[in-house]
Design a protein around this ligand. Structure first.
Ligand SMILES: Nc1ncnc2c1ncn2[C@@H]1O[C@H](COP(=O)(O)OP(=O)(O)OP(=O)(O)O)[C@@H](O)[C@H]1O
Length: 507
């Protein structure tokens, strides 16, 4: 196993290199003398626990932030000056989990943004060039439509096409699979392989370690702002990889439903969905008992997200009833859902989950403010206690409860969302992709929390396609085209689940 970043195969050209990079944010050292060398034409994985420094390295490698010290080179040449955005764009592009596309502009405008030159824009030419650019990517969209209408998969492809069209041959994919369903992930990987064959180099960030084995040749591990190792993927077993990430031997153990006592019919129904129809789902009947964990799986178009969002009041059902402990909820009211004991981890932590400018403590306490003090006068000490408890219980990497959530790494923000959902001791928990962006070790502890709250009698719905997230469930309901198409007990195999999600099994 190689242990130094300076040992990239001799003679191989490097597409990108960062050496001796240090980056501090106030007291936090986000990168401590780290390096990475990415060989021309390879897919190089960068992995590490939440807060390890991956995104910070991405911002240094893309020229969005200057390092305090160290150097970046592309194809052996020093990186452009920070002000030379064009220069950086010609060398490197990053497809983030969050879009850099302007939703209100058309797809064509997004593709050619900053590049119309000084002459007047010919719209017909722009449209034609855009269509030609996207054609090899199989993105079959009307380029005059607003980019907001693109699916996540299409948006990513548009961003890759945009990068390649300005000449970048080194592309960073920062957790690209976090919001894609199984078939879309496979399509992305096929696309990566084809682009690699044509000379494109990738740096790939993911918390799904099996993806690294599938699509990368080399892996670099960061831990606590430091470079730990760089090695060929083929030489590094999964256990060794996890040990390098966590700094301790012992592997992982995700809690399974089988370890909890069986619920049976004795437990009373906590959440009852009766004949519920709405945006993308129809006539849903589901009962979730106290202490029961239900998994909702299905492709991106199955209606599972819309159903879950209707349960916690973000969407209004067109007909049917949602009851918590026999009490009917007011349709389309998040507040009423909260008052009646529903806690949620929403799909998009940035839009519905967190107030980024507020601290960890303020975000974690948001669902219980009225219990902490009269009319908005929560004593700071109590607030800090809620924050400190969240940090401890969810292993949040931070300088303290006062730190604004905007300063946290993505995975640590997700843990704050989970802490907030649970702060109110909900009777029913609705969790959408609860482990998205969360590292393998933290995933284990978050799923441990799900297991614990179920044992205390809460009813839980987990919406996810992640087999690990589903293992904690007593039943897994697979949705297909807005209906529950298949139900599994605790004894399913990953193959069964994938087949049902893709709609290739009988009911
Ligand atoms: N703007 C900022 N201000 C203060 N601290 C920051 C800022 N951005 C990042 N940090 C801190 O730097 C450290 C590294 O964060 P970074 O986002 O690079 O981690 P990461 O490895 O990408 O994590 P994740 O897997 O959760 O995305 C963290 O401790 C984070 O809190």
């Amino acid at each position: 196993m190689m242990s130094s970043v300076t040992q990239a195969a001799a003679g191989d050209q490097l597409a990108a290199a960062a050496r001796n990079i240090t980056k501090r944010y106030g007291r936090t050292v986000a990168l401590n003398e780290v390096g990475i060398e990415i060989r021309d034409g390879e897919s190089h994985a960068l992995v590490g626990r939440n807060g390890a420094g991956k995104s910070t390295l991405v911002s240094v490698l893309t020229g969005l932030q200057a390092a305090d010290s160290g150097e970046v080179t592309f194809y052996g040449k020093p990186s452009p000056a920070l002000s030379d955005r064009e220069g950086w764009r010609r060398n490197v592009a990053c497809v983030y989990q969050r879009s850099t596309i302007m939703p209100a502009l058309s797809v064509a405008e997004n593709l050619f943004i900053n590049r119309q030159g000084k002459t007047l824009i010919s719209w017909s030419k722009l449209r034609k060039q855009s269509a030609e650019l996207l054609e090899p990517f199989g993105v079959d969209v009307d380029v005059t439509k607003p980019a907001a209408e693109l699916t996540v998969e299409q948006r990513q492809l548009v961003e890759i096409a945009r990068a390649l069209s300005v000449g970048a041959k080194f592309i960073i994919l920062d957790e690209p699979t976090a919001q894609l369903d199984g078939p879309a992930i496979e399509r992305l990987f096929e696309r990566m392989r084809a682009l690699q064959d044509s000379g494109i180099t990738f740096m790939f960030i993911s918390h799904h370690l099996e993806e690294i084995y599938e699509v990368c040749q080399t892996v670099t591990v960061f831990r606590d702002a430091k470079h730990i190792l760089t090695a060929p993927v083929a030489d590094l077993g999964r256990t060794e990889l996890v040990d390098a990430m966590t700094g301790e031997p012992g592997g992982l153990s995700v809690p399974g439903a089988a370890d909890r006592p069986s619920i049976g019919d004795k437990s009373t129904v906590a959440l009852n969905l009766r004949d519920l129809s709405g945006d993308s789902f129809d006539s849903i009947n589901i009962e979730v008992r106290k202490g029961e964990v239900i998994g909702l799986a299905g492709s991106a178009s199955s209606g599972k997200h819309q159903l879950a969002e209707t349960v916690y009041g973000l969407r209004k059902a067109s007909s049917g009833v949602i009851e918590v402990d026999g009490r009917k909820l007011k349709p389309g009211s998040v507040l009423d859902a909260l008052k009646n004991g529903i806690g949620c981890v929403p799909r998009d932590r940035h839009h519905q989950g967190l107030v980024l400018g507020l601290s960890i403590a303020e975000n974690a306490a948001m669902t219980v403010m009225d219990k902490l003090g009269p009319a908005g006068t929560v004593p700071p000490k109590q607030l800090a206690q809620v924050g400190s408890k969240a940090i401890e219980s969810y292993d949040i990497v931070t300088s303290g409860p006062d730190q604004p959530v905007s300063d946290l790494s993505g995975g640590n923000q997700q843990k704050v969302v989970m802490a907030r959902a649970l702060a109110s001791d909900p009777k029913v928990l609705v969790l959408i992709n609860p482990t998205a962006g969360v590292d393998v070790k933290s995933k284990e502890s978050l799923l441990g929390v799900v297991d614990r709250v179920a044992r205390t009698g809460a009813a839980v719905i987990v919406v996810s396609d992640e087999p690990d997230d589903m293992r904690v469930c007593d039943r897994v309901l697979v949705m297909f085209h807005g209906e529950v198409a298949h139900e599994f007990g605790r004894d399913w195999t990953e193959q069964d689940l994938v087949a049902a999600i893709e709609g290739v099994t009988e009911k």
